[in-house]
Design a protein around this ligand. Structure first.
Ligand code: ZN
Length: 372
């Protein structure tokens, strides 16, 4: 009995020894064939692929639209930026230039268009233009949470390797991990909301909308409701391409405090009577909704943004107004409506209502809403 047990024991030892030898040989072979793709990630909703070190796993973070990956050494972060004026590399380049004092460079890699920020000491940063027209920021930095002593120079090689893998997901090995993300659901506010001198903005309104920030050609920050802004970009693009008309955003979403500042500015420039007539009381401005936009014109490369100057270009406004309904906008204060005429103030209401309102010149939103 004893002898049998002993020989069984040695059999087991031999078995484990063989297994050990096998496992130390086999993975090398596997590495060069099938598992090569396992370090690749395809982030499907972006249309972007990258290769990371084997122990780095990219996951979608809790925060909307963010991807985070880390191992002991590196942290990779991909976030939505939502800033591009329209989808081309030059507009991305210009915009990034306004957001950083560092030198930047246009980069095309693997079919992707991006802007790289140069000279950052603690991380490497890219602004990527996804094929769907959205823009993302990728940063690769040392994982200081794991090791506070890590410096960027310690991960420079790894960061470079990741950068070199950036590409469109057309030619990547089989077995790449795919991160499929459902489209982010943004809130859909009531696009027919009425805010005027007798209808105050609801206190809850700001919780109901998702906003985006942009920088205009004058370097000012402008905020607007997300769908309103996207529709505006389409309008702007159409006007440039087909009418050679150039516009930009002077004002979008305005807080109650900012409304007071506008009134002060108008009072100083045009006097109390005009300011009182053209600017709404704080709380009663349509600009609080984020659905109202004030345009300004760019004529022969010069910005024309003062009201009295803008009024000198009726033919240009006519071309702009003709395109509004197609993108869901109305001219909110048309001629003969009882309101002072404001050719620059447009309001997003959605395509259906916009087509109906714009089909009847002089019809106001108030009159339209009173019908239904
Ligand atoms: Zn306005």
């Amino acid at each position: 009995m004893m002898g049998l047990k002993r020989s069984l024991k040695s059999l087991i030892i031999i078995f484990f020894a063989v297994a050990l030898v096998c496992t130390s040989v086999l993975p090398v072979a596997a590495e060069s064939t099938t598992s090569a793709g396992t370090h690749w990630y395809v982030i499907k909703d972006i249309g972007f692929a990258l290769k990371v070190p084997p122990d780095l796993k990219i996951k979608r973070a809790e925060k909307k639209g963010n991807f985070i990956g880390s191992n002991d050494k590196i942290r990779v972060k991909i976030i939505r930026w939502n800033q591009v004026s329209y989808p081309n590399l030059n507009s991305l380049y210009k915009l990034v230039g306004k957001h950083t004092s560092k030198k930047i460079k246009k980069v095309r890699r693997g079919g992707l268009k991006m802007v790289k920020v140069l000279g950052l000491k603690t991380k490497v940063k890219y602004y990527i233009l996804a094929p769907n027209g959205d823009d993302y920021i990728i940063t690769i930095s040392p994982n200081k949470k794991k090791n506070p002593k890590l410096r960027f120079k310690d991960i420079k090689k790894d960061a470079k390797a990741i950068e070199e893998s950036f590409r469109l997901p057309k030619k990547i090995p089989k077995g790449a991990k795919r991160i499929t993300i459902k489209k982010t659901k943004f809130p859909k506010p009531n696009y027919l909301v009425l805010v005027n001198s007798s209808n105050k903005i609801s206190k809850k309104w700001s919780d109901k909308i998702s906003t985006v920030k942009a920088v205009n050609s004058r370097g000012n920050k402008v905020k607007a409701e997300r769908r309103t802004y996207k529709a505006y970009l389409k309008l702007k693009h159409d006007l440039e391409k087909n009418d050679s008309v150039y516009v930009d955003l002077d004002y979008g979403l305005r807080t109650v405090k900012e409304q007071q500042e506008i009134i002060d500015e108008y009072t100083e420039r045009y006097g109390y009577a005009y300011a009182n007539r053209i600017a709404a009381k704080p709380g009663y401005s349509e600009h609080h909704t984020g659905l109202a936009l004030d345009l300004y014109l760019i004529i022969d490369g010069e910005e024309v943004y003062l009201n009295e100057e803008m009024e000198k270009y009726p033919k240009v406004w006519k071309k702009i107004h003709a395109k509004l309904a197609k993108y869901g906008f109305i001219l909110r204060y048309p001629k003969n409506s009882g309101y002072p005429y404001e050719p620059w103030h447009i309001r997003y209401v959605g395509k259906k209502a916009a087509k109906e309102i714009m089909a009847e010149p002089g019809l106001t939103l108030e009159q339209y809403l009173a019908r239904s």
